[in-house]
Design a protein around this ligand. Structure first.
Ligand code: DX5
Ligand code: ZN
Length: 230
C-alpha cells in the first residue's frame, strides 16, 4: 500500500488575535496560504478560560471561505454538540478527557459530513485513542495543557506524535490526520512535521506582530522543507 505525499496545512488559532476585530481581519487572509482557521471553544470548566460559542462561530463562517477547524475544550460536549454540528464547520474536535461517550460523539460528527476530531492532553497516554480510531478522522495531540495561547511547547509531544504516527500509518486507515496544537513556532515546526504531523496549529506564532499571511507562509515553507524527500 502506498501512502500519498503529505500535504501540510497550517491552522492559525484565532484566540491569539482581537476577536472583536476578527470579522474584518479575516477578509485579508489569503485562502491559498491560510488553510484553516482554528477556533478554540473554552467553557471555563473543562479549562479555566472562557472564549466563544456557536453564535460567534456561525457569524464568523459567513465572513470567510476558509474552512473552520473547531476545537471544543468543553465539559460533556454531548450536551451541546448539535449546536456545533448545525454550523457545519470543516472539523469538530472533542477532548477524550471531557466525555464518557467519545465514539458516539465522533459518529455524530462524521455522520454530518464533518471531520471527526479526537484530542488528548499531554498527560493522557497516546494509546487511549487507539480503540477509537475507526470513528476518528483526525487526532489532535496537545503540546501544551489546554486553556491559553502563548505557552511553551512541551518536548515530550514529539515522541508522542511519532508513536501515534507509526501506529496510524501502519494501520487500516493511514489517511487519518494528525494535528498538533500548542507552542509551535518557526524554530520547532520542522521537528513537529518530522515526527508526523499533518496539520499545525499556530496561535502566537501566526498573530504576534506582522502580517498573518506572511507569518503563515513562512511556517508552511519551514514545514514543507522538513518533509521527507524535500
Ligand atoms: C490552547 C489552544 C491552542 C492555542 C495555541 O488551549 O487549544 O489552540 O490557542 O496557541 P499557541 O500556538 O500560541 O500555543
Ligand atoms: Zn486549540
Amino acid at each position: 500500500m502506498s501512502i500519498e505525499p503529505r500535504n501540510i496545512r497550517i491552522s492559525p488559532s484565532v484566540i491569539a488575535t482581537d476577536l472583536t476585530a476578527l470579522g474584518e481581519q479575516v477578509q485579508g487572509f489569503d485562502p491559498s496560504v491560510v488553510d484553516l482557521l482554528h477556533i478554540d471553544v473554552m467553557d471555563g470548566n473543562f479549562v479555566p478560560n472562557l472564549t466563544i460559542g456557536p453564535g460567534y462561530i456561525a457569524s464568523l463562517k459567513k465572513r470567510t471561505s476558509i474552512p473552520l477547524d473547531v476545537h471544543l475544550m468543553i465539559e460533556a460536549p454531548e450536551r451541546s454538540i448539535d449546536r456545533y454540528i448545525e454550523i457545519a464547520p470543516w472539523a469538530l474536535t472533542v477532548h477524550y478527557e471531557s466525555t464518557r461517550f467519545p465514539a458516539r460523539l465522533l459518529q455524530a460528527i462524521r455522520g454530518a459530513g464533518i471531520v471527526a476530531g479526537l484530542t488528548i492532553n499531554p498527560a493522557t497516554p497516546v494509546e487511549s485513542v487507539y480503540d477509537l480510531l475507526p470513528w476518528t478522522d483526525m487526532v489532535l495531540i496537545m503540546s501544551v495543557d489546554p486553556g491559553f495561547y502563548g505557552q511553551a511547547f512541551m518536548e515530550p509531544a514529539l515522541e508522542r506524535i511519532a508513536k501515534l504516527s507509526s501506529f496510524i500509518r501502519s494501520g487500516p486507515r493511514p489517511e487519518t490526520m494528525i494535528q498538533v496544537d500548542g507552542g509551535i513556532n518557526v524554530r520547532n515546526i520542522g521537528d513537529v512535521v518530522r515526527a508526523g504531523a499533518d496539520i499545525i496549529v499556530a496561535g502566537n506564532s501566526a498573530f504576534s506582530g506582522g502580517d498573518v499571511n506572511a507569518r503563515v507562509a513562512e511556517l508552511k515553507r519551514l514545514a514543507n522543507e522538513a518533509l521527507p524527500g524535500a
